[in-house]
Design a protein around this ligand. Structure first.
Ligand SMILES: Cc1cc2nc3c(=O)[nH]c(=O)nc-3n(C[C@H](O)[C@H](O)[C@H](O)COP(=O)(O)OP(=O)(O)OC[C@H]3O[C@@H](n4cnc5c(N)ncnc54)[C@H](O)[C@@H]3O)c2cc1C
Length: 617
């Protein structure tokens, strides 16, 4: 070792966690570097070419409100938009954007290139520490010395890939694994159990018969993620995704080959994500079900392959092809890249602070899949927190902690650092006790004070302030505008389908009426009065008004749950109860909580379960 490049903050890994960490840290006038494997694009998507989804869209908007990158990149590369859960309440509605995965990474490369961040494309072989900082070693001569190190190595740490009987070392297909970095990890606890995740085979475009599938066009009404992009005009051409289904033949082939499945024949020991099961898991977990959705999604506008979402697999190649060809529209499927599973090491997040700094190693942070989570958005959210906190510490400032009552990022990080990790973690709305409040539409309002506390005063801060001012003004307008029960107003109410008008009624009261769509109504009333407003602002104000009463009730319910902290309970009796999910029962039988407070702190125990148990005490 002869020569070092020195940086204040270095990020090991240029995936979704690494990108956000670097972008966040770079806002503080510090020298920042990303060191990442050659051959892997920045922010590349090794699995599903999509950003957002239930619980995850909320995180993307939180990242955006905090000045992060993911929402901006998703809009730039978005080729199909949808609002999921549209038939359900606004709190659980989420935006999901199909992305052109090559363009996503190209935009990421371009944005980082135009910034002050240094990108070093080397495979780090070991990490060492001395009192002056951390050293990332990748060659004999050129190495990195850094005061703060953020490790975001994803699925690469001692990664092993499985397709049938084929076992190879790797972090993802075609890319080598990350070495164990023994010098660093001899002192840092990794979980005894390795984790695993899988991906489906990619299918060549010309071999798919789309006429046998249901087309799902892009939704023009879904709102873009990034604050500085207009509400719903798109950067790229929009294309369809398609829906088809498995059938008894498909599942029959999988079931006949159980002994050749690395997940079931003992070859894979790692634990997979409960909420992202492989098609083998589905075949054996739900033996009476043969029909599962398969969403056939483009990987990009000019990319020749499609991603069949819902059938990730590590079965041998010939079996993958056989079962795939039983599915409507895929009878002549040709495979571009076969499906596989990856097993990897994960750090024990119980040894980390809520800033994502390690308890015993000052200046060392971890973020992303290496912390046992699964998903781009979860990785991005952690990267943002680790990046900001490393920079704040470098500047001698107070840490940034997002509380769980106000953000999904806060929910995730608190879950990570307070619960033993026994399976890959992913976010969904049921993990939050406050989900009526922590919605997609109000992310700026929820995080405004936290972004302001960074004292960065940049473009996003200017935008956030303007947005909050406009929100307050529009809410006041709704509270103050009233309709007297005269003929003219009655006609207006009738024409707009707003219901009867018997007494003086404010616009706020109208928007709360149960039978009307508050967003559409507010939009039309503003248009009638010649007031123009951004669709995002209208949505936020309409939902905020609609939810005022529900949120007040949620707060009262949460307060009454808190009072039950020391109440004892019979945990065994809960296991026979049909109101509790399988996951809740599994966790209760493992932890054996004796009080309501203990039950409440078990990760994966849903708020609905707590409400039910409380009603029995
Ligand atoms: C096969 C597969 C299946 C997946 N399935 C799903 C799924 O079903 N659902 C889901 O939500 N998510 C899935 N994912 C996970 C998703 O890819 C991750 O959640 C997300 O990419 C994590 O982001 P990250 O930044 O933590 O890690 P990554 O995006 O993996 O980035 C890690 C980065 O670290 C770099 N790196 C690693 N080691 C070194 C080193 N020694 N030196 C230099 N650079 C290094 C790599 O080059 C890479 O840039 C899957 C991933 C894979 C590989």
């Amino acid at each position: 070792m002869e020569q070092f490049k020195s940086f204040d903050i270095t990020i090991l890994g240029g995936g979704h966690a690494g990108l956000e960490a670097a972008w966040a840290a770079n806002q503080f006038n510090l020298s920042v570097a990303i060191v990442t494997m050659p051959g892997v694009g920045l922010g590349s998507a090794p699995c599903n070419p999509a950003v957002g989804g239930v619980g995850k869209g909320q995180v993307v908007r939180e990242i955006d409100a905090m000045g992060g990158l993911m929402g901006r990149l998703a809009d730039l590369a978005g080729i199909q938009y949808r609002t999921l859960n549209e038939s359900k309440g606004y709190a659980v509605q989420s935006t999901r954007v199909q992305i052109d995965k090559e363009k996503y990474s190209e935009f990421a490369e371009r944005i980082i290139e135009e910034s002050e961040i240094t990108v070093i494309r080397e495979k780090v072989l070991s990490v060492e520490k001395d009192p002056s900082g951390y050293f990332c070693l990748y060659g004999d001569k050129q190495n990195i010395k850094t005061s703060f190190l953020i490790v975001t190595t994803g699925t690469f740490l001692n990664g092993v890939l499985h397709t049938g009987e084929d076992i190879t070392d790797g972090g993802r297909v075609g890319i080598s694994q990350s070495p164990g970095m023994k010098e660093l990890f001899s002192n840092i606890k990794t979980l005894k159990k390795r984790f695993k995740t899988g991906t489906p085979p990619r299918i060549k475009r010309h071999s798919i018969d789309f006429s046998k599938m249901e087309a799902q066009p892009s939704d023009t009404g879904s709102l873009n993620f990034h604050y500085d992009h207009s509400a719903n005009s798109r950067n790229l051409k929009q294309v369809d995704c398609f829906l088809t289904r498995t059938n008894p033949k498909t599942l029959g082939i999988i079931r006949e080959n159980k002994e050749r499945s690395p997940i079931f024949n003992g070859q894979i020991q790692g634990v997979g994500p409960r909420y992202c099961p492989s098609i083998e898991d589905k075949a054996f977990r739900y033996e009476d079900r043969n029909v599962h959705h398969v969403f056939v999604e483009p990987e990009g506008l000019d990319i020749d392959s499609f991603y069949p979402n819902g059938i990730s697999t590590s079965l041998p190649k010939e079996i993958q092809l056989e079962f795939l060809r039983t599915i409507d529209g895929l009878e002549k499927a040709e495979i571009d890249v076969f499906g596989y599973a990856v097993e990897y090491d994960v750090v024990d997040t119980l040894n980390m602070k809520r800033t994502l700094e390690h308890d015993s190693f000052e200046g060392l942070y971890f973020a992303g899949q290496v912390c046992g989570t699964s998903g781009y958005e979860e990785a991005g959210g952690q990267g943002l927190i680790a990046g900001f906190n490393a920079a704040l510490k470098a500047k001698g400032k107070d840490p940034l902690i997002l509380p769980r009552e106000l953000s999904y990022i806060g929910v995730m990080i608190e879950d990570l650092v307070t619960n033993e990790r026994d399976e890959p973690y992913r976010l969904f709305t049921a993990r939050s006790e406050n989900r009526l409040y922590i919605r997609e539409d109000n992310s700026i309002e929820r995080l405004f004070n936290f972004r302001e506390s960074l004292e960065l005063n940049s473009e996003v801060d200017y935008h956030n302030r303007k947005f909050i001012e406009a929100k307050v003004a529009l809410e006041n307008l709704c509270d103050e505008t009233h309709y007297l029960p005269n003929r003219e107003n009655r006609e207006l109410f009738e024409n707009m389908g707003l219901g009867g008008l018997k007494e003086k009624t404010t616009l706020t009261e109208v928007l709360k009426r149960s039978h009307i769509d508050p967003i559409l109504t507010l939009k039309r009333i503003l248009a009638n009065s010649g007031i123009t407003a951004d669709d995002r602002l209208i949505r936020t104000v309409a939902i905020t008004i609609k939810y005022r009463g529900y949120i007040a009730r949620e707060e009262i319910e949460n307060a009454s749950l808190n009072k039950l902290e020391n109440k004892t309970l019979e945990w065994k009796s809960l296991l026979d109860n049909s109101n509790l999910s399988f996951e809740c029962k599994q966790r209760i039988s493992k932890i054996k909580p004796e009080t309501f407070g203990q039950l409440k702190r078990i990760e994966g125990i849903r708020p609905a379960t707590l409400a039910f148990v409380a009603s029995t005490l």
